[in-house]
Design a protein around this ligand. Structure first.
Ligand SMILES: NC(=O)c1ccc[n+]([C@@H]2O[C@H](COP(=O)([O-])OP(=O)(O)OC[C@H]3O[C@@H](n4cnc5c(N)ncnc54)[C@H](OP(=O)(O)O)[C@@H]3O)[C@@H](O)[C@H]2O)c1
Length: 266
């Protein structure tokens, strides 16, 4: 049965705040069973869980720690079982208390490990959603904003690494959804850019017209996952919002013959 016609199950990695939390909340409203994870901020995660239905589970995980991912797998196996959608929302790279290779560890290695760990739990036609930014997706075609460059570079490497896993995904009948978003209002990234230059977001917003907020991105992700992928492709790339302003005219730089690229939102 098509996902749009039944209530599904989602695991959202990094779902305690920002875009991941908005996805959790939207799927919960649709009656889905939702497991979401947080890393350090237990109180915020628990408060958020209480705002959702009893169908929702919260797990603590450090996606850079192998033992922690094994524990997450056990929780998922006992409380969620089969998953329709795995949302990879946790990212990072500029944490003051981490070493210089942390950005690569969290944005590349950890994402690959999560896919490999949870692939056997995904149903046929299930989706893995990799969230990225236009700054990362179009890296090499634009000079990334500072101080976001280390994140842009490693998120781009993460996207390429997951694209290389496509044959494995295909063996499970699972599709990869690359969702690239413009800078999202109110998130840690927007605050980081604003701390570096208080006028940054206003200037960027003026180029774009309007920036998405976490709810816009979440609605896009939900609609995308509920829709069929054209031509039965194994991978689809969609944009929130479509490239404009400094991204105007840029096209999917990683497109392969089986990648369906659409400007699904705006
Ligand atoms: N923000 C933007 O402008 C923007 C634009 C385009 C794409 N994106 C992408 O969208 C996704 C979500 O972005 P966001 O800004 O909403 O959130 P985010 O700040 O990238 O991620 C927050 C979530 O990740 C968790 N997390 C952080 N480090 C972790 C670790 N080592 N192990 C496990 N979980 C960890 C956090 O838990 P705690 O709260 O407990 O630390 C929280 O749940 C990211 O992949 C980002 O690259 C963001």
């Amino acid at each position: 049965m098509n996902l749009a016609e039944r209530e599904g199950c989602a695991l959202i990695i990094g779902g305690s705040r920002g875009i991941g939390a908005a996805v959790a909340s939207n799927l919960d409203k649709l009656g889905w069973r939702v497991g979401f994870t947080f890393h350090k901020h237990a109180r915020r995660a628990e408060k958020f869980r209480k705002s959702l239905s009893k169908n929702c589970h919260v797990f603590q995980v450090d996606i850079c720690d192998l033992k922690s991912i094994d524990q997450l797998e056990q929780y998922v196996a006992t409380s969620l079982g089969q998953i329709d959608v795995l949302v990879l929302s946790a990212s990072g790279g500029l944490e003051w208390d981490k070493s210089s290779d942390y950005a690569f560890e969290i944005n590349v290695n950890a994402q690959k490990r999560l896919c490999e760990k949870f692939l056997p739990y995904l149903v046929q036609d299930g989706r893995i959603v990799f969230l990225t930014s236009h700054e990362a997706h179009f890296y090499n075609q634009i000079e990334p904003y500072e101080p976001y460059a280390p994140i842009a570079i490693t998120k781009k490497a993460g996207e390429m690494a997951l694209r290389q896993l496509l044959p494995k995904f295909a063996a499970y009948g699972v599709k990869l959804e690359i969702v690239s978003a413009d800078i999202v209002e109110g998130t840690a990234t927007a605050k980081l850019l604003e701390r570096n230059d208080p006028a940054h977001i206003a200037k960027h917003r003026a180029q774009i017209g309007q920036l998405p907020d976490p709810e816009d991105v979440a609605k896009h992700i939900v609609q995308t996952c509920l829709s069929d992928v054209d031509n039965n492709a194994n991978i689809r790339t969609t944009y929130v919002w479509s490239p404009r302003g400094r991204y105007a005219g840029l096209v999917n730089p990683c497109s392969s013959p089986d990648d369906v690229t659409t400007n699904a939102t705006n």
